[in-house]
Design a binder for this molecule. Structure first.
Ligand SMILES: [Fe+2]
Length: 255
C-alpha cells in the first residue's frame, strides 16, 4: 500500500485502561500496527472526568508513555506519536481545561458518547467545547443506537463543527455498501477510520483491512480522502467539511 496509515484512536499505552495491560501487550499491538502500514499514532486512553481529574489522568498517561518510550523495541519502530485521550461525555467537561486531552498541541479532541441513550445536554456540551476553540472528533459513531436510528443527529454534530470516525471493525463485519457506516462516509459525515484496538486477541489493529474494504467498495478517491484526512488531523491541520449531505428517511431507509 503506497500511502502510510495513521491511527487516531487506540488503547496501546500500557496499564492505564482496558487496553494493553503491560508493555508486552503494547509491543504486540505496535508490531501489528506496523504490519498494517501505520506510521503515525495518537495514543487515546479512556478518560472520564466524573471519575478522575484531568491532572491525575495526564500524570498517569504520561507515566505510561514514559515506560513505553524507554523500551528499545519501541524506539526502533520509529513511530511518530502524539498523546491524547478518549474523553467520555459529561456535562462537567464545560468547566475543565481540555488542552492536555487534545491530540498533541492541536485542538482536536476525541469524544465518546453513551452507547444506548442520547445524553441530556449533548448539543450544549458540544457547542461549549467548540466555542472554546476545540474540534471534537466523535468516536465510533456506528456504536450509538440513537444515531443509527436517526443519522440526522450525526449530521447536526458535523454541521456544528465536529469530525467523526467509524471503527474499521464495523466495515469488516458488514462490508455491504448499503450499510449505514458506508453511507456516513458517502454523506461526508465520517472523516476517517480508526482501529480503536485494545488487545491482539479481542480487538486487534485492523486499519489496513478496513481501508482495503473502502478501496474496494467506494474506490480510490474515498481511500485517498479518508487516509489524507487522518494524516491532516495527525498534523493538526484542518480538513474540508464543505460537502455534507443531510440524511433523509425514505419509506424506512436512510438515503
Ligand atoms: Fe476507544
Amino acid at each position: 500500500m503506497a500511502r502510510t496509515m495513521t491511527e487516531l484512536h487506540c488503547h496501546i499505552l500500557p496499564g492505564i485502561d482496558d487496553g494493553a495491560k503491560d508493555i508486552e501487550c503494547s509491543l504486540a499491538l505496535l508490531r501489528e500496527e506496523k504490519k498494517q502500514g501505520v506510521e503515525s499514532i495518537v495514543f487515546t486512553p479512556h478518560f472520564n472526568i466524573d471519575k478522575i481529574s484531568v491532572e491525575d489522568f495526564v500524570k498517569a498517561r504520561n507515566n505510561a508513555y514514559q515506560k513505553l518510550s524507554e523500551n528499545e523495541e519501541f524506539k526502533k519502530m520509529n513511530f511518530s506519536t502524539k498523546l491524547a485521550s478518549e474523553v467520555y461525555f459529561s456535562v462537567s467537561l464545560d468547566k475543565a481545561n481540555l488542552d492536555d486531552l487534545c491530540f498533541g498541541s492541536s485542538d482536536y479532541i476525541l469524544i465518546e458518547f453513551p452507547f444506548h441513550f442520547k445524553p441530556h445536554g449533548l448539543t450544549y456540551m458540544i457547542d461549549n467545547v467548540i466555542n472554546r476553540g476545540y474540534t471534537p472528533i466523535i468516536a465510533h459513531v456506528e456504536r450509538y443506537d440513537y444515531v443509527s436510528k436517526d443519522p440526522t443527529i450525526l449530521y447536526d454534530l458535523v454541521e456544528r463543527g465536529c469530525l467523526a470516525h467509524v471503527n474499521a471493525e464495523v466495515l469488516i463485519r458488514d462490508s455491504s455498501k448499503s450499510s449505514l457506516p458506508f453511507k456516513y462516509i458517502k454523506w461526508g459525515l465520517v472523516h476517517f477510520i480508526c482501529s480503536d484496538c485494545h488487545s491482539i486477541e479481542k480487538r486487534p489493529p485492523n486499519i489496513e483491512q478496513g481501508y482495503s474494504i473502502i478501496r474496494k467498495k467506494l474506490g480510490e478517491d474515498y481511500f485517498d480522502m479518508l487516509t489524507g484526512n487522518a494524516e491532516r488531523v495527525f498534523n493538526g491541520k484542518r480538513i474540508d467539511l464543505s460537502e455534507i449531505k443531510k440524511p433523509r428517511n425514505f419509506f424506512g431507509s436512510w438515503i
